[in-house]
Design a protein around this ligand. Structure first.
Ligand SMILES: Nc1ncnc2c1ncn2[C@@H]1O[C@H](COP(=O)(O)OP(=O)(O)O)[C@@H](O)[C@H]1O
Ligand SMILES: CC(C)(COP(=O)(O)O)[C@@H](O)C(=O)NCCC(=O)O
Length: 329
């Protein structure tokens, strides 16, 4: 089972004083109280739109967890923009708009992409309707041809499977205020990155959400002593979506079984070969992929980054968030 962030649970003993937690912990009810004012209701059209993002997402979850979170983020975005304006004023600079970047980290199947899409939908509702884009880091995986050549197909999602310099270059261009920056895309259907003519263009959004397993990773310190930035150096705020390992395994297998009934039926899909398996065989296959690849990656490379996040959402059964941990500033 995943252990929850440890630091707050430490008990004082005579020889071991309690270490103050860098996080303030909110129960679900306490967090829900923070959805203070007007834009905290959803229109019917918005509810429908959110349902379209993920039919399993409960609207209660959106109201109690994601609306307060979008309120907090909106306040942070405004504060950062004001600070940026102050710098521009100081420098006598006229132009310049720099996107506010939010990183969303966590295991495969924890719901990063759903969280990112819900936040995107909610943040655009705030006064002045900011433009919010989402980029996923799987676009920066090396193509299968490269992973095969390097014997890394069983390491997809591990740090060495990503073109990190390309991701850093992308983020650096975004943070420099550059317009029309291309980001590569990944397709779960073909299980590979798409060709360069199918890249997505990011054109100076107000907010960019960057979602992926690896976004809080730091990598090895360079041997030559030359400083290399971390992906998270470009973030203004970061979120880690957390859950027990047993739940993650269930969600991974469930998603695999749903895809088997839908996308995998298409002969063009990479996993089409699994559409003819019996249900039991398919569950075994999904469990095997989970345990060989994603679980190992979670334990070795993803969980250790949890305590770098500004906010941790801890999920229980059925994706219900039961606690919110907010880093003290
Ligand atoms: N808040 C949620 N409520 C219900 N189901 C969810 C929620 N978030 C994700 N899921 C389900 O969990 C699975 C993994 O979610 P996804 O967003 O694809 O994860 P990730 O991007 O972390 O791999 C999917 O089947 C999705 O429908
Ligand atoms: C594509 C992924 C590495 C996730 O990438 P991310 O967007 O989080 O960077 C992952 O979904 C994946 O495909 N893992 C390999 C094992 C598997 O097939 O589940």
């Amino acid at each position: 089972m995943t252990t929850r962030p440890q630091i707050v649970h430490s008990r004082a003993t005579p020889d071991k004083p309690v270490v103050p937690s860098p996080y303030r912990v909110f129960t679900r009810a306490e967090w829900a109280e923070l959805r203070a004012d007007t834009p905290m209701t959803l229109t019917e059209a918005e509810v429908l739109r959110l349902r379209g993002l993920n039919e399993r997402l409960s609207i209660e979850e959106v109201i109690e967890i994601y609306l307060p979170l979008s309120r907090l983020l909106s306040l942070y975005v405004h504060a950062t923009q004001d600070l940026f304006k102050a710098t521009r004023y100081f420098l006598g600079a006229k132009d310049g708009k720099v996107p506010y970047i939010i990183g969303v980290a966590g295991s495969v199947a924890v719901g990063k992409s759903t969280t990112a899409r819900v936040l995107q939908a909610l943040l655009t509702r705030w006064p002045n309707t900011p433009k919010v884009d989402v980029v996923t880091t799987d676009g920066f995986l090396y193509p299968n041809a490269v992973l095969q050549r390097e014997n890394l197909m069983e390491r997809k999602g591990f740090p060495e499977s990503y073109d990190i310099p390309a991701l850093l270059n992308f983020l650096s261009r975004i943070k420099s205020g550059e317009r029309n920056v291309a980001a590569p895309l990944y397709s779960h259907f073909i299980y590979d990155v798409l060709p360069p003519d199918q890249q997505v263009i990011v054109d100076r959004p107000d907010i960019l959400i960057v979602e992926g397993l690896n976004v809080l990773q730091t990598g090895r310190p360079p041997r030559d002593g030359k400083a290399v930035p971390f992906v998270s150096d470009f973030f203004d705020f970061s979120i880690y979506v957390d859950a027990e390992t047993d739940d993650l395994e269930t969600w991974y297998v469930d998603r695999f079984m749903t895809l088997r009934r839908t996308a995998f039926r298409d002969p063009g899909s990479y996993f089409h070969r699994y559409s003819t398996l019996s249900d039991e065989e398919a569950v075994e296959t999904a469990l095997s992929i989970w345990r060989r690849i994603n679980l190992v990656n979670l334990e070795e490379n993803i969980l250790p980054t949890r305590q770098r996040a500004d906010l941790i959402l801890t999920k229980g059964d059925l994706h219900r968030i039961d606690e919110v941990w907010l880093r003290r500033l």
